[in-house]
Design a protein around this ligand. Structure first.
Ligand code: SAM
Length: 282
């Protein structure tokens, strides 16, 4: 089906197929989505009713991770796959701990970038906050452009964030090498915060529903891919894992913030289907 162009859509937006950034925005209650995304989201909820809660628990993990890193003294962040801004964006959370914190957002979806730009024009500080459109698969390009913004100092530790994004990199793509390239560019004392979808070790009676969602996303412009716990662990090679290591998303420092949605899965954190971790570069 071909859709009439939307004059309000940023240039380059694919409205022919639903897109993960816009579907995720819909899951979180945002408005940066189109009918095609909402229809897809509604079908996904029908298939797997807990999907919205799972998305919110993932977002809460991001908030806890950023607060934790900021409390360790990190005051500059590179957030790749940052998404459409919603409540609790990285620069907002970091600022609650350190008013001078800096952040560069990167996403490959034009709607996410346009909305981040609008937000930063409203509440950002030009030399401390920036947003770029770019693909995570191009570490050197993203790194160079992130430094060109002037918001990040490459000589001081940086919090690199790839939360809820690495599962969009295909299983046949060199995801671990890509991550390692970023890590090699970071100065000592930097952190890497990440999360990933998995079916490895998920103990729930929902059986093949996670496979059905996986199949459904193949019809979007952004199919996702599960990885095992061991495969996710490879992303942290060379880093010191911060306690409690690689765990289910609701189990990661629940005390570090508001975990309303994660709490709903506390009886069975594997239900989140999300594993996560924070590593520190020695
Ligand atoms: C599920 S959202 C996560 C947003 C945010 N990190 C969070 O945790 O709330 C995933 C985001 O990653 C972006 N994304 C997917 N593949 C990407 C890629 N190859 N390069 C950059 N961004 C990507 C999507 O456009 C989307 O905005």
């Amino acid at each position: 089906m071909t859709h009439a162009p939307d004059p309000d859509a940023p240039e380059g937006v694919d409205l022919e197929r639903p897109n993960a950034a816009r579907i995720y925005d819909w899951f979180l209650g945002g408005t940066a989505n189109w009918a095609i995304d909402r229809q897809f989201g509604e079908q996904a909820v029908q298939t797997f009713p807990m999907i919205k809660t799972i998305a919110k628990a993932g977002r809460e993990f991001l908030g806890r991770g950023v607060r934790y890193m900021t409390e360790q003294g990190i005051d500059q962040f590179l957030d790749i796959g940052s998404g459409v801004p919603t409540v609790g964006n990285v620069h907002q959370i970091a600022t609650t701990v350190n008013p001078n914190a800096r952040c560069v957002y990167v996403d490959n979806e034009p709607v996410a970038v346009a909305h981040s730009q609008i937000l930063l024009e409203r509440e950002g500080v030009a030399d401390r906050h920036a947003v770029l459109q770019g693909d995570l698969r191009n570490p050197s390009d993203i790194w160079n452009r992130a430094l060109e913004t002037g918001a990040l100092d490459p000589k001081r530790p940086i919090g690199l964030i790839m939360v809820g994004v690495l599962y969009f990199i295909g299983r046949d793509e060199p995801a671990a090498e890509i991550v390692q390239k970023y890590l090699s560019l970071l100065p000592s004392g930097s952190y890497f915060l990440s999360s990933h979808l998995t079916i490895d070790g998920v103990e729930t009676p929902d059986g093949e529903l996670r496979e059905r969602i996986h199949e459904q996303y193949k019809r979007s412009s952004t199919p996702f891919h599960y990885r095992t716990r061991a495969e996710f662990g490879e992303f942290f090679t060379g880093l010191e894992l911060v306690d409690p290591g690689i765990v289910w998303v609701p189990d990661w420092h629940p005390e570090a913030g508001d975990s309303r949605n994660g709490d709903r899965m506390a009886g069975n954190p594997s239900f989140s289907g999300g594993i996560c971790g924070l590593g520190r570069k020695p």
